[in-house]
Design a protein around this ligand. Structure first.
Ligand SMILES: [Zn+2]
Length: 554
């Protein structure tokens, strides 16, 4: 009855809004984007998948399994200690410490070894209560009894390492409880155990091939916060055990709540509210554009640098949450589509065209003036000696001999290097755009906006009154008895004799000094620039529409 009532209210509201739209003469634009309501964030997966963790909430939790595409609540834990989850696998327990092992029968293990072989008592039941009733009968003689959920409720007992242990115990059980049929339960790499986190007793075993969902029991006046390990999250925690792997753990929550845990990691929460709002909208667009990036692993985005760093409820800050709430649902749109709202720390004075750092030409990522930017990374200097450069090339299996020169060959209209030539005694190599930073390291080479000076640069004056041009000595032509030639790059220095002394100069540089501007790719929004604009009185819409060409915030 209650559900019907809600549907009616929603329908009436929608109708009222539609009529209001007509009366006000507004146009309903068909947008070709959809803003997802919820998002799934991978917390532990792949190499960080977990074999052992706790999930709890002060409100209590429910455990839900997928049946015919719909989640069904199967268990409730009111205790604030929650549950411990681990793989149904082999463990070695020594002095109370449990370690997962690759069990080998021939090994004489210290301590106790438990395994994923179990015994099923009787047939599956349709209800938890029926299974519980049989479990309490068996428990009277065999204390290690637990329920399993896999196509119905089952009564299982024991954590054995092989089937012979099961068949022996089945004989014992047959004597004690002769009315039931007993089956050996063989290991299955999709199963997980739910344990009492205090006693360590196995309470339930579930098939987690489909994600198992743990929800907080809603309580009026208290936020639904769920704890996974040492971190707190909004929404639900899902876990899934993929064959051969550990357990993947996923946080499913509202998109806006996800942003609460993302934006404080992207921009300091102490910055101006309009800069925080610009960041909130950029992060929202980024999230929407990246939904499904990890769909093969069963979630939308990971919680690391690869997608956007997300720390959940534990990472939230009131200032950034305010910025998210005040821009709720706002996105940046170009040509009726939500843009990929790229941002970086510091542009250095001008942002850049997308194709000058990556390859795609994005019409909304164009170089723009960034004169409000004030950043500790506005100017930087980094020195590499020739052997360091050689080592960086060697790390990528590139050998061009000894390094004799580094020359920017193509520079964008905004100042960023598009092509950098590295000249060696054996060969030369061109690095382009982002690959220049890949080679030198993203932190060592803070941006591609740089010039290169060497310790072999000489100033050459052509005509008597022209200004001197900087050149590397090895590029100069010299006149000798045999004619015009280049200085040999096999000699390291050239001696110049004047009336008073002989001075030697490097021909081949030993050191290269990169003088650069900005930090990051310089595409889209500059975060320090947004801060500067906000402090100068611009609002977040003006900030975003400045950095993202030909866009509207709506
Ligand atoms: Zn990712």
């Amino acid at each position: 009855m209650k559900v019907t009532g809600n549907v009616k209210v929603a329908t009436l509201l929608a109708a009222a809004l539609f009529i209001a739209g007509i009366l006000l003469g507004s146009v309903f634009v068909q947008a070709d984007y959809k803003i997802p309501e919820t998002i799934k964030v991978g917390l532990s997966h792949g190499s960080t998948a977990n074999n052992n963790f706790t999930i709890k909430s002060t409100n209590g939790i429910t455990v839900n399994v997928l049946e015919n595409g719909v989640y069904k609540s199967i268990l409730t834990f009111m205790d604030a200690n929650g549950i411990k989850v681990r793989k149904d696998a082999y463990y070695n327990i020594i002095e109370g410490v449990t370690t997962e092992i690759n069990y080998i029968k021939a090994v004489a293990y210290k301590g106790e070894v438990i395994g994923p072989y179990h015994i099923q008592v009787g047939e599956p039941f349709a209800t938890f209560e029926e299974a519980k009733q049989l479990a309490s009968i068996i428990e009277s003689t065999s204390p290690s009894v637990f329920l399993a959920y896999d196509a119905g409720w089952r009564v299982w007992t024991q954590l054995y390492v092989d089937d012979s242990a099961c068949t022996q115990q089945i004989e014992v059980l047959k004597n004690e409880h002769p009315d039931y049929t007993y089956y050996v339960v063989y290991p299955d790499k999709r199963r997980v155990q739910l344990l009492d986190p205090i006693s360590g007793k196995v309470l339930f075993v579930l098939n987690a091939e489909q994600p198992v969902k743990v929800d907080v029991i809603p309580k009026e006046g208290s936020a639904s916060i769920i704890e996974y390990g040492v971190s707190k999250y909004r929404g639900s925690i899902l876990f899934v055990r993929l064959a051969e792997g550990d357990i993947n753990v996923i946080n499913e929550l509202q998109l806006e709540e996800y942003l609460y845990g993302v934006v404080p990691r992207e921009m300091p929460a102490s910055w101006h509210i309009e800069a925080l709002k610009a960041q909130a909208v950029a992060s929202r667009c980024y999230a929407i554009r990246n939904v499904g990036r990890h769909s093969a692993q069963g979630f939308d985005m990971c919680n690391g640098q690869h997608c956007q760093v997300y720390l959940g409820y534990s990472g939230e800050h009131a200032n950034t949450s305010k910025a998210i709430n005040e821009t709720k649902g706002k996105v940046i749109v170009h040509n009726n589509s939500i843009i990929s709202a790229y941002f970086s720390s510091t542009s250095g004075g001008y942002t850049e065209n997308s194709e000058n750092y990556w390859s795609a030409v994005l019409p909304y990522i164009r170089g723009v003036d960034d004169s409000y930017e004030k950043s500790p990374y506005s100017n930087w200097e980094k020195l590499f000696n020739k052997d360091e450069v050689k080592a960086k090339l060697a790390a990528r299996n590139v050998d061009i001999g000894e390094i004799v020169n580094i020359i920017p060959r193509q520079v964008s209209e905004f100042g960023r290097v598009i092509k950098l030539e590295i000249v060696g005694t054996k060969d030369k190599k061109i690095y382009e755009k982002e690959n220049i930073r890949v080679l030198f390291g993203y932190n060592d080479l803070k941006s591609t906006w740089f010039t290169v000076k060497t310790d072999a640069d000489v100033y050459v004056r052509g005509a008597a009154n022209s200004s001197p041009q900087v050149q590397t000595a090895s590029e100069l032509n010299v006149i000798s008895a045999s004619g015009i030639s280049k200085l040999s790059s096999s000699t390291n220095t050239v001696a110049v004799k004047s009336s008073s002394s002989v001075k030697s100069y490097n021909i081949v540089p030993n050191a290269y000094t990169f003088n650069g501007k900005g930090y990051g790719h310089g595409l889209g929004m500059s975060q320090y620039g947004a801060k500067g604009m906000a402090e100068a009185g611009f609002n977040y819409i003006q900030i975003l529409e400045h950095y993202f060409s030909d866009t509207k915030v709506q």
